[in-house]
Design a binder for this molecule. Structure first.
Ligand code: HEM
Ligand SMILES: *[C@@H]1O[C@H](CO)[C@@H](O)[C@H](O)[C@H]1NC(C)=O
Length: 335
């Protein structure tokens, strides 16, 4: 019995190691079965699954691009806490009154839950009980990237994740980096999830879409002196109260130049000191990351290629396969 447990465990560890090694090189995408997830997982189990999700996400993003930003962020927040297992979707229950969803990094800012529900409902109608909520988040984040980038960020997303049964708000504070993190803290945070410095720089480029509440950067970033561009700081002071509170916390756009387009403008903003968070500005704090920022800013297509690969890699963090999870019937509650 003990040796069987040990061998199952070492198999899981081996798979995790293989998965990370395979995903490490940008131009060597993971082989189909790395991480136990693969491209086309539903082609035989539920052929329309990916098209259904894409359709639902496309309609939602067309109506409100901000929802697309929310869904891209949702993948990050799901994967960094308990792995990519849809733990972020679980609603509070008497047995579990404080799920991840209510953790400070998610509540009230995380958005897009209704789109995931709509995609799940449509997929359940076609193939009941087959497609996991974790895979729906990963497909939806891929599709949101596609639509927000005017179809330039177009990539395959492996699938076969199972949904988890554990969701604890306090874990969000343990694993999701706050906007006040400096470069070494960000690097260390991503490293705990098997992601490297370049992944961190490339994924931060998602701050080219969507919004932020003032409370995420006021007062620290608007204090003087600050490394923020003075006229940008002035504009933010005009949009935000000096002391945001839960009933007075407006939002501002992340990228003032192309707020609804997933492009490399973020890196130009970093270079121009026109970014919201300490974490964004800190990408210039080392020569190595500053070089990555300028490459992403200046070489056409460079960031898009790396973002596709980094999203796939992030979407493989601590995935559950085999007997370690379930396919939830309703994404908001465990079966
Ligand atoms: C590097 C560390 C990161 C930090 C410290 C960070 C922090 C934040 C914060 C504080 C907000 C604003 C939330 C609010 O007040 O409404 C935000 C928004 C956002 N983040 Fe990040 N983030 C990081 C990495 C990422 C990654 C890896 C992604 C996805 C690949 C991502 C995607 C987004 C998006 C799309 C938004 C806008 C969301 C919306 O409009 O609803 N972030 N982030
Ligand atoms: C969540 O984590 C906290 C702190 O680690 C712990 O006290 C609490 O019991 C956990 N909640 C559940 C439902 O497991």
């Amino acid at each position: 019995m003990a040796s069987k447990v040990a061998s199952v465990l070492s198999c899981a560890l081996l798979m995790a190691a293989t998965c990370q090694a395979a995903a490490a090189g940008y131009y060597n995408p993971p082989s189909p079965d790395a991480c136990g997830i693969k491209v086309g997982y539903y082609h035989d189990k539920c052929p329309p699954a990916e098209a259904i999700v894409k359709h639902v996400v496309g309609a939602a993003v067309q109506q409100n691009p901000g929802i697309g930003a929310g869904i891209i962020r949702m993948l990050f927040h799901d994967c960094f806490v308990e792995g990519c297992d849809a733990s972020v979707l679980l609603d509070p229950t008497p047995a579990n009154p404080q799920p991840e969803k209510l953790g400070p990094p998610n509540n009230p800012s995380l958005r897009g839950f209704e789109v995931i529900d709509a995609a799940k409902a449509a997929v359940e109608h076609a193939c009941p009980g087959v497609v996991s909520c974790a895979d729906i988040i990963a497909f939806a984040a891929r599709d949101a990237s596609f639509f927000l980038s005017d179809r330039r960020v177009n990539f395959d997303m492996p699938a076969g994740r199972l949904d988890g049964r554990v969701s604890n708000a306090s874990r969000t504070l343990d694993f999701l980096p706050p906007p006040t993190f400096n470069l070494p803290q960000l690097v260390a945070n991503f490293a705990t999830k098997g992601l490297g410095v370049e992944d961190m720089v490339v994924l931060s480029g998602a701050h080219t879409v969507g919004r932020s509440h003032c409370s995420s950067f006021v007062p620290d970033r608007l204090a003087v002196p600050s490394d923020i561009n003075p006229s940008f700081a002035m504009s933010l002071r005009g949009q935000c109260p000096a002391s945001p509170s839960s009933n007075n916390d407006p939002t501002v756009v992340q990228d003032v130049v192309t707020p609804d387009t997933l492009d490399n403008q973020y890196y130009k903003n970093v270079l121009a000191h026109r970014v919201l968070f300490t974490s964004d500005a800190s990408l210039l704090a080392s020569q190595a990351t500053a070089k990555l920022v300028s490459d992403n800013a200046n070489i056409p297509g460079w960031w898009e290629d790396r973002f596709k690969a980094a999203m796939v890699k992030m979407a493989s963090v601590e995935v559950k396969t085999g007997s370690s999870g379930e396919v939830r019937r309703n994404c908001r509650v465990v079966n």
